[in-house]
Write a protein that binds this ligand. Sequence first.
Ligand SMILES: Cc1ncc(COP(=O)(O)O)c(C=O)c1O
Length: 499
Amino acid sequence: MRGDGLAGGEGGADRLGELIPAALRGMAAGIAERGGPVPAGGPAAVAAALVAERGELVSEKQGSNPVSHSRPAAAAGNGSLPRRGIGAEAALEELSRLLAAGSADPADPACAAHLHCPPLAVAVAADVVASALNPSMDSWDQAPVASELEREFTAGIARLCYPAAETPDAVVTTGGTESNLLGLLLARERDPGVRPVCGANAHHSVARAAWLLGLPAPVVVPCEGDRLLPDALAEVVTPRSVVVATAGTTNTGALDPLPEIAAVCRRAGARLHVDAAYGGMALCSDALKAKLAGLALADSVALDLHKFGWQPVAAGLFAAREAADLGALTVRAEYLNAGDDTEAGLPDLLGRSIRTSRRPDAFRMAVTVHALGTDGLGALVERCCATAAEVATLVENHPGLRLWGAPELSTVVLRPVVADETGDDELVARVRRALLEAGTAVIGRATLPTGPGGTDQLWLKLTLLHPHTTGDDYGPLLDRIAATAGAELVAGRESPVAS
Ligand SMILES: Cc1ncc(COP(=O)(O)O)c(C=O)c1O
């Protein structure tokens, strides 16, 4: 058999049992080969290594010159697809090795740039079953029990966000971007003339959603300490506003003052959507959930379990305080939810998303919550936040680094002191790229209005989503950041054109 066996049906589990070890062998070999958080050398080196590897692999197998073998296109990387396959085990082992060797690996503590989590093994294992059975969530006849499991899970999420609401509901999305789009879409369905209002700290997907929906660009409200200022909001909000607040900003993890913002919205008669894509799962922690006080006052909430939630992408959720609001998504398609089928009692799934075919992403989220409980997930959130607090203390005590502020969640924002001394933001950017190119660390960047007179300044950012790390794992990385900044300063002086 060369790879055309099915994953499901009779014999499917056996075939998967044969193939998964090949994929895992390749993955383990690739991780060992990489030996760091990210392949060294940047995009050109990664592309060149891939072309070279493929040439070698084919020539090894065929004992011929790499340019004259039967897969010249693959070796040359010129974009054509191989006409003849090499079989499932070989393809899986070979490409899994290449993928792992060339990945930015979020399971490595030094891979800390983005809200890019290392997935839990239990979620990945559940995903294998979901993929094999392939329920499609656009009609009940494709997903009888998957749709029921999704309904139970989303009801639980809705209740987590809205403990006291009468009719809360939630749907599965691809992430914060789609959830923010839904937040504005539902507001527009209530009032076609609605105007989005958000903080200067809001995720770019808010402005993009406004653009997609044909709404005016958001009114942008100033922030202090990366938190939206409620008094400034009060000056611009109207009964026709949909306000988007953020619970866990992308740049710093700061949380907007939700109770005050909700009060401003209530007084003005405006709608409120909270982008809690980052911070939302702190609801699972008794120690941290007070940070989200006021969340339940929002009309809708975005949550992402591919951030705090440790799911493979995609694992977004959108909760609405009133289930009726989601009625805006209702649509009829004769082949999926004919009226007579619905009347006969077949659940109508099409109105649960703006997508049609849809993966059962809720399944692995439900398995994960079943395995760990919300307490278990809350404990992982707490660990990441505790690590961030430890790292922040290390930064504060580091002679070569400056801390932006105490972390609210798990983001630590810092700046090399030499950049302050020279006023050189370019140097900050070069530090990040130098570490990436060396393959030693993947760290993020954030522009914040901390310069003279509130001008923008570039900062470095560690977004800590690895729940099994402690501050000790980051001490050497902080030293390296400071040392790289020093080296870049010297390099810049020696070659002023480069700076
Ligand atoms: C606050 C916030 N909202 C929304 C998003 C977009 O989420 P996604 O990438 O899941 O679409 C992000 C991504 O990092 C985010 O930080």
